[in-house]
Write a protein that binds this ligand. Structure first.
Ligand code: MG
Ligand code: MG
Length: 266
């Protein structure tokens, strides 16, 4: 789940101790295993509701709580355990009875709270008949995440992450990098400061120091950058209805080892 840009809620930057990071590792391990379970289930004909149900059972069986379920206002809490966002849906898609098709892409975002700490990661999966321009969008977006993570080093600034992602995505392609939603700190809350935009200027923004845990999550559109929110109050789709990709890892900034992934590749 991304954070709406400048959705400030008066939070503070929260640096984690090594003991707290180990607790966060446990939460993020459940996130990673849940996404691996989802990956094993995905095929044409399966529905978002089905993967959501399996994910919720898996998370609860491992002592966790699906962090997205009930998130938001009491009038319109998010109903799913996963965000399931296919094709032109960027993020925050509500799991539905719609069956996946052979030419779909589907972004699955998973958040888990375990022992008071949160984990957060997302992956865009492709079915077998996805067109090459969309496959290239997925490859570039995932590569931009890894390039952004390389900048999450003690002594750098958030703008170093943001600009690395933006420059990589825009180098060869006229992709639209989503501005309205951003990455974020993660820890005792799902969304902590600082915000981590996927666009920005090198050397600008908050300082990155040891013990900071960041959920870095480029959201990149095949077409233009503008997005709209659907009437359900959650679903974010591209304004021009082109496909969109979303990858997210939670990482720890360290002084010695520099970077530590809390979520793992699956
Ligand atoms: Mg997420
Ligand atoms: Mg997130």
């Amino acid at each position: 789940m991304g954070l709406f840009a400048s959705g400030k809620e008066g939070k503070l930057v929260f640096y984690k101790t090594s003991a707290e990071i180990e607790l966060m590792r446990n939460a993020n391990l459940v996130v990673s295993k849940t996404l691996a379970l989802v990956a094993s289930m995905l095929k044409p004909g399966v529905t978002g509701e089905e993967i959501d149900k399996a994910a919720e059972e898996f998370i609860r069986d491992h002592g966790g709580r699906p962090a997205f379920k009930g998130y938001g206002s009491s009038e319109n809490p998010f109903p799913g355990s996963l965000c399931v966002s296919y094709n032109d849906i960027v993020v925050h898609g509500i799991p539905s009875k719609r069956e996946f098709k052979e030419d779909d892409i589907v972004s699955v975002d998973c958040g888990v709270e375990l022992e008071g700490f949160y984990g957060d990661a997302a992956f865009t999966f492709a079915f077998q008949d996805v067109q090459e321009p969309t496959m290239e969008l997925l490859r570039v977006t995932y590569a931009s995440l890894l390039i952004g993570i390389e900048q999450a080093v003690h002594g750098k600034r958030v703008g170093d992450i943001s600009s690395a992602i933006q420059e990589f995505c825009e180098r060869k392609h006229p992709y639209g990098i989503v501005r309205d939603l951003v990455g974020h700190g993660v820890g005792r809350s799902l969304h902590e400061d600082p915000e981590v935009p996927n666009y920005g200027k090198r050397g600008k923004g908050p300082l990155i120091l040891e013990g900071l845990v960041l959920a870095i999550e480029p959201m990149v559109n095949l077409g233009k950058k503008e997005v709209l929110q659907a009437e359900d109050g959650w679903t974010i789709h591209t304004r021009d209805r082109t496909p969109s990709a979303h990858y997210e890892h939670s990482v720890v900034v360290k002084k010695t080892k520099q970077i530590s992934y809390l979520t793992t590749a699956f």
